[in-house]
Design a protein around this ligand. Sequence first.
Ligand code: NAD
Length: 354
Amino acid sequence: MKALIAVLGGDGIGPDVVAQAVRVLGATARHFGHEFELAPALFGGAAIDAHGDGLPPATLDLCKRADGVLLGAIGGPKWSAPDAKARPETALLRLRRELGVYANLRPVAVHPALRDASTIKADVLDGVDLLFVRELTGGIYFGEKRRTATDATDVCTYTVAEIERVTRVAGTLARARRKRVTSIDKSNVLETSRLWRSVVERVIATEFPDIALEHMLVDAAAMHLIRRPREFDVLLTENMFGDILTDEASMLAGSLGVLPSAALGDGSRGLYEPIHGSAPDIAGRGIANPIGTILSAALLLRHSLGLDTEARAIERAVSEALEAGARTADIAGPGVPVMTTGGMGEEILKRLRA
Ligand code: NAD
């Protein structure tokens, strides 16, 4: 297969971790006989420095032509001044909007070799394998905002169409998993949540009758994610609840550095990135964990190119490297030898080639 993949390193540790994912994609293409054109472009703070624009036209054009977009991370103190004219975060919101992606996928699986890396008791973590599907373009983050000297208002709006389309993504993905969806809302208080619940109920009942649906209030979900995470399969949430709960859930896996994400729309093209940021505290030291980005590349192969076998090969290589004891500093226990970003990439490549 021939495919064009846009590669946006971004800022901080972004270019380092993306470089390892590019090696892995190259090796996967060679092994399975594909032709991936991996086209780099400036994005985020790096693009602001070069062009005064976090999403220059050439980068946007490449992303729109590409079959999938792989991103490292953006942002950092250099571009965070309160009076900054251009912000990396604004570029990311624009890119998501331009690509029309509205469903954010965050799988959280606890690798057996990393069960002691989490602050949660190891026996609670055994067998955890869940997938968040978070609505990405609606809700309170995008509603009207107003501020006076004495009050402030953020409006939360959801349309039926917005809820329907993200529910279909969750239903479709649940079918390929354990066929369970937990829809999270606050329907005892919020009108948008009452609409959410009724639309999810209807779409699953009529279009996904084979899927078991349960509803859960967001406060209860926050508790159950820590108490019995293994019982969840697909969790479907609106934008802000998903933002908060996915960060909570990332701690089940022990480190931000090992978790991938995907943002999907109606077509097959998607935006893939690790869940972590640009980590300015460790940038330039060559010690960042590339696993979240490498697993994001695997998601790109699966969801944008339909290459499930190839995605599994990458995921297996990551698992085998971890089982063999490969550790970057963020997932190494005390006294455990640690490797560099490139060293971890090499350990994964070795197993992929084998
Ligand atoms: P962060 O995720 O960058 O870092 C949080 C902590 O986790 C840091 O101690 C960091 O060293 C560590 N960490 C993160 N990724 C790691 C990895 N791969 N390996 C090892 N350790 C890792 O979050 P932050 O410090 O709150 O944000 C830093 C910058 O990143 C900010 O400018 C923020 O706006 C930006 N950010 C960008 C994205 C994105 O690109 N989508 C997401 C979140 C934050």
